[in-house]
Design a protein around this ligand. Structure first.
Ligand SMILES: C[S@@+](CC[C@H](N)C(=O)[O-])C[C@H]1O[C@@H](n2cnc3c(N)ncnc32)[C@H](O)[C@@H]1O
Length: 211
């Protein structure tokens, strides 16, 4: 039976997804999505803001590589890399997209020693973990340190913060607390909270000498 409630380690996050995969296989429900529409709705926020043409892209928590399918169709010369903590998901992704690069790993604790033009994370920061805010802030910091042009991630939550349940696998953040943290790392941010009642997307752009 799927463990309910908070996870205390990456191992437990991985196991929760693996249990879903054992049950559903190659299906959005293995990714804790109700259906494909839930992920596509979030992807659309990313097209609206980012030009992916001719860029290197890291997709953190890529699942089955659904984003890769869109990126390679919509844009030219995308140099895509997907990373996921669940080896079973990466096996499916490699089979479906043999020309693309996929890696297995826990990106927030052991990131690849490489920077990318664009780093994205869709649905990757939704788990109910032991220290929810610290976990999210560390993840954002790690991803931003590996970003050359823009980091884009989404997250469940809003302001004021919705009530959370201890026995849930997901956790809703206070979107403004997350935004405030992002603005402590860079003043160049965009915030989308108009596409879903309890999900938001943040875009973070490194500041350089010209901007
Ligand atoms: C909700 S699913 C979304 C998958 C994909 N981004 C999509 O939209 O279809 C979240 C994914 O993040 C992965 N994940 C969670 N924590 C991770 C970590 N620390 N490092 C890499 N991947 C992680 C999970 O295994 C899962 O595949």
């Amino acid at each position: 039976m799927t463990k309910k409630g908070k996870t205390t380690s990456s191992e437990e996050i991985r196991e929760a997804y693996q249990e879903k995969f054992d049950k559903y296989g190659y299906d959005p429900r293995s990714l804790f999505w109700k259906g494909l529409g839930a992920s596509h709705q979030r992807f659309r926020q990313m097209w609206a803001e980012i030009d992916f043409n001719d860029k290197s892209v890291l997709d953190v928590g890529c699942g089955f590589g659904e984003m890769a399918r869109f990126l390679t169709k919509r844009y030219s010369e995308v140099k895509y890399t997907g990373v996921d903590i669940v080896p079973e998901f990466i096996n499916v992704a490699r089979e479906k997209y043999p020309d693309l690069r996929f890696e297995v790993g826990d990106y927030f604790y052991d990131p690849m020693n490489e920077k990318f033009d664009i780093v994205i994370a869709s649905g990757t920061l939704n788990s109910n973990v032991e220290n929810n805010m610290d976990f999210r802030k560390n993840a954002i910091k790690v991803m931003f340190e590996h970003t050359k042009r823009v980091l884009a991630f989404n997250m469940l939550g809003k302001h004021p913060q919705p009530e959370n349940k201890d026995d849930s696998n997901i956790w809703y953040a206070d979107s403004l607390e997350i935004l405030d943290y992002c603005m402590s790392l860079t003043r160049r941010v965009a915030f989308h909270a108009n596409y879903h009642p309890r999900d938001f997307t943040i875009f973070m752009y490194p500041v350089n000498k010209r901007n």
